[in-house]
Design a binder for this molecule. Structure first.
Ligand SMILES: [Zn+2]
Length: 71
């Protein structure tokens, strides 16, 4: 059973998804991780295991960029 968590990405840059090995470009801020680890996973894998969490993360992302545009 795979558990996905949203954690603060303090690394940024390019990583490989811990599940599928796909290269992902990440940025600082909330991101998807395997729970209890520092292994970043891509949104596609996250969606396979916890679609609600990915949706929430993408909503936060959109809200964030909207705020940045206003400022
Ligand atoms: Zn993946």
């Amino acid at each position: 059973m795979i558990h996905v968590a949203i954690k603060e990405n303090i690394y940024g840059g390019d990583h490989y998804c811990a599940l599928c090995g796909e290269k992902i470009h990440t940025k600082f801020g909330p991101d998807l991780f395997l729970e209890g680890t520092n292994h970043i996973i891509c949104h596609d894998c996250g969606r396979d295991h916890n679609p609600m969490l990915v949706e929430f993360l993408e909503l936060m992302d959109k809200a964030g960029s909207r705020l940045a545009n206003v400022a």
